[in-house]
Design a binder for this molecule. Structure first.
Ligand code: BGC
Length: 761
């Protein structure tokens, strides 16, 4: 059931925006806060132009001096933006990281100029700190969400988010366009690494943990940023896999999987803002969807925060999606649908059109008041009216030494061991190792998108302290024992020179192949094929011909097909895009200083043309490969969702269900014993509880993840763990697009153990 958050009561005030902000019943008794009164007063004094300006967000580049070699505000442009166009918000860097001090100067100058405007309304500044404060030089970068989900460690995710918030706020920036709550059902999509993987429970749990961490202690706190749940909704599964192309997702699938992470982020974690999906969903551009923006977000989820467009996506209703025949019509459609703020981002035409639409009666001033009150409310909550400048106490939180440790921990816990035959891992410190492959000496590959540049591929932008895998291996094992042919430039053809590999391998005991992807972000990262680069496959095949033991380290944002080389590898470690401490974390795991404990947050495909998620329906599993022969086995990924080995063997026993027959609102307790059978090694290990609805009116999934818990088992330790499932867990989206519960039998499975129970609603 949805609860009315306590802050809602503070948000409602008589007169303006009452109904739209909170709904009539929720607000009728609410007392007015000081902020509410101020907002009402301000709205009463503001012109239509000022209101339209508040709803406009431009990119920093619009305000910069084009004739300067360094990053400098153009005072004239700044004055025009603030006083002539009356903008309310600014975003972004120039696509490159700036020093902290430069950010502080820029923000101070911008806010000081805003103070000179008639109502002294501060500017709301936002950036993409999506895996750390990646536009601030020297900030700490963490694994991308995909790796974070592999840790199955919500506390660790929250810790990385808190640090991200602190380092972002240190610059004077109080709004972060994160987390991405799109679910990664399509591994071709170039933003797959930004997702928490294919499962909506993972996305919902991790998303909510991150939102709470960003906004912990209230938005005014100098360690907080306003979160932005994005991209609402259905962005992640374009039909052709290319970024920003149409998605066709049945409503039942949206309700079952894509909407819940957003709903949790809003209802359970109180996300302050939401960003809209750039694309079309079932033919409708989301930016013009009154159904999704107003009916679902506002009315159903009770969202009272700011709805922001994505980059240029209002004008694109005209230019790209062609549902508006003029730019002004595009503005009318988007604002009419429920948008509060447009990331224009290069000009002020949005505000001009909006003003014209109010003047000619196509939109009401009341409609603007609703959006502007939300925007002003956010500015108040962030403490910007009190002090819009960078806060010294926030600045003191930048670059603390302990952040590195958190980044190391997060990277290490994400690493997912997919194969380890003949005990090739951990490596012996005295072995001579040949490191080969294009991700072996490249920081971009480790850090991925939004890493000191938009694409993350500018090696020169990384701090000196960041180490590549090669540097980390040498720091760990000594330069003499680590031979290498990996070049800094990912695209250097010498990275895949098979002759050189064969020559160098003669002096090595073991070969570590660092393969995968270089850094990419958004549309430039689009690919036509999941197959791994053929030159890398040839390198691996040449390595196999040497007869040396082979360890494959995959550093990649999405699963590239490695089927042909898997049998040749003795060990395979998936590193995702592990961030600033990725090299060191991989080295530690390879040498056994730590045990790996990551679990796959998606099904790693075996074939480009066979993308089946783990929570598929039974009919996706049933195959007729030859006439008349019906068999199961349709789900045959390279590695299934949840795969992940450790160095210590963990066993499950004693699975117990609290009752065999569950009724109505009764909970079901599930417990089991988890044992680290290794007497010498600790075991970081995530337990996962799956539920199967055996028969249902909508063909049920083979299984769904319901609960997970990360454990750290000492050598030989046995621990009892328990989980509680409830009625919501037994429900699913029915034919009427609403959650239903049905009587029937269910199966709980945890690893190789399972038990059944009966449920009666
Ligand atoms: C992306 C968003 C991002 C925005 C601002 C867009 O291209 O889709 O995720 O927040 O740019 O940088």
């Amino acid at each position: 059931m949805r609860q009315t958050p306590h802050w809602l009561h503070r948000l409602c005030f008589a007169g303006v925006a009452l109904v739209a902000l909170a709904g009539p019943s929720a607000c009728s008794q609410a007392p007015q806060s000081e902020e509410d009164r101020k907002i009402r007063q301000l709205l009463g004094q503001m012109s239509i132009e000022e209101k339209a300006g508040q709803m406009t967000q431009v990119t920093l580049g619009v305000l910069l001096d084009d004739n300067s070699d360094s990053i400098r505000l153009d005072p004239q442009k700044l004055r025009e933006a603030i006083h002539t166009h009356k903008i309310g918000s600014i975003l972004n860097s120039t696509g490159e990281a700036f020093p902290l001090s430069l950010w502080q100067e820029l923000i101070t100058a911008i806010q000081d100029e805003a103070q000179k405007s008639p109502h002294s309304i501060p500017i709301l500044y936002g950036v993409d700190s999506i895996h750390g404060a990646s536009y601030i030089e020297g900030a700490t970068l963490f694994p991308h969400n995909l790796g974070i989900a592999a840790t199955r460690n919500l506390q660790l995710a929250a810790q990385t988010a808190r640090i991200t918030a602190m380092e972002t706020r240190a610059a004077g920036i109080r709004w972060n366009f994160d987390p991405v709550l799109d679910i990664g059902r399509n591994p071709l999509w170039s933003r797959f690494p930004e997702t928490f993987g294919e499962d909506s429970v993972l996305a919902g749990e991790f998303g909510a943990a991150v939102v709470r961490a960003y906004q912990a202690h209230g938005l005014a706190h100098p360690a907080a940023v306003a979160a932005c749940a994005k991209h609402f909704v259905g962005y992640a599964d374009p039909v052709n896999g290319k970024d920003r192309t149409p998605a066709l997702i049945p409503l039942i699938e949206l309700e079952e999987r894509h909407l819940p992470p957003f709903q949790h982020a809003i209802e359970r974690a109180g996300a302050a803002t939401v960003m809209i999906n750039s694309g079309t969903l079932n033919g409708v551009p989301l930016h013009a969807s009154r159904y999704f923006l107003s009916d679902v977000l506002r009315k159903r989820f009770g969202f009272r925060g700011v709805i922001l467009s994505d980059w240029k996506d209002v004008i694109r209703l005209h230019e790209r999606h062609r549902i508006a025949s003029t730019p002004q019509e595009a503005v009318r459609l988007a604002v009419g649908a429920g948008l509060d703020m447009s990331m224009t981002p290069h000009d002020f035409s949005f505000a001009e059109h909006l003003t014209a639409l109010v003047r000619n009666g196509e939109l009401t001033e009341d409609r603007l008041d609703r959006s502007v009150s939300r925007i002003l409310k956010l500015k108040y909550e962030l403490g910007l009216f009190e002090n819009p400048r960078p806060e010294p106490e926030a600045a003191a939180n930048f670059g603390r030494a302990e952040y590195r440790q958190a980044a190391r921990q997060a990277a290490a816990e994400s690493l997912t061991l997919l194969k380890n035959e003949g005990g090739v891992l951990p490596l012996s410190s005295s072995a001579t190792i040949l490191l080969a492959g294009p991700t072996g000496n490249n920081l971009g590959a480790l850090n991925g998108s939004w890493s000191f540049s938009w694409q993350g591929d500018k090696e020169g932008n990384y701090p000196d302290a960041y180490r590549t895998l090669l540097q980390a291996l040498r720091a760990r094992a000594g330069a003499r024992t680590i031979l290498s042919m990996s070049r800094t430039d990912f695209d250097d053809p010498r990275n895949t020179d098979t002759r050189q590999l064969t020559r160098l391998a003669a002096s090595a005991d073991i070969i570590v192949l660092a393969l995968g992807e270089k850094a990419y972000a958004e549309s430039p990262g689009s690919i036509d094929d999941l197959a791994l680069d053929p030159a890398q496959i040839s390198l691996a095949q040449a390595a196999a011909r040497t007869g040396k033991p082979l360890v494959l380290v995959l550093i990649e944002g999405r699963p590239r097909i490695v089927r042909e080389i898997v049998p040749d590898m003795d060990a395979i470690l998936l590193a995702y895009q592990p961030g600033s401490q990725g090299g060191e974390a991989i080295a530690e795991v390879l040498f056994g200083d730590r045990s790996p404990g990551g679990r796959l947050p998606f099904s790693y495909p075996r074939y480009s043309g066979d993308i089946t998620p783990y929570d598929h329906q039974h009919s996706a599993d049933v195959q007729q490969r030859s006439p008349g022969k019906i068999e199961r086995g349709g789900y045959r990924p390279q590695w299934p969702f949840g795969a992940g080995l450790g160095y210590a063997e963990v066993k499950y026993s004693n699975l117990k269900l609290g009752r065999q027959s569950v009724e109505g609102e009764q909970n079901l307790e599930v417990s089991l014993t988890v044992t680290n059978t290794d007497s010498a090694r600790p075991a970081p290990h995530a337990v996962e509880v799956y539920l199967s609805d055996l028969y249902a009116s909508i063909s049920p999934a083979v299984k769904r993840l319901k609960r997970f818990q990360k454990l750290y088992l000492a050598p030989g330790e046995a621990r009892k763990v328990s989980f509680t499932l409830n009625r919501e867990d037994f429900s699913f989206i029915g034919e009427n697009m609403k959650p239903v519960v049905e009587a029937g039998d269910f199966r709980i499975s945890v690893g190789n153990l399972s038990g059944e129970f009966e449920y009666t609603p």
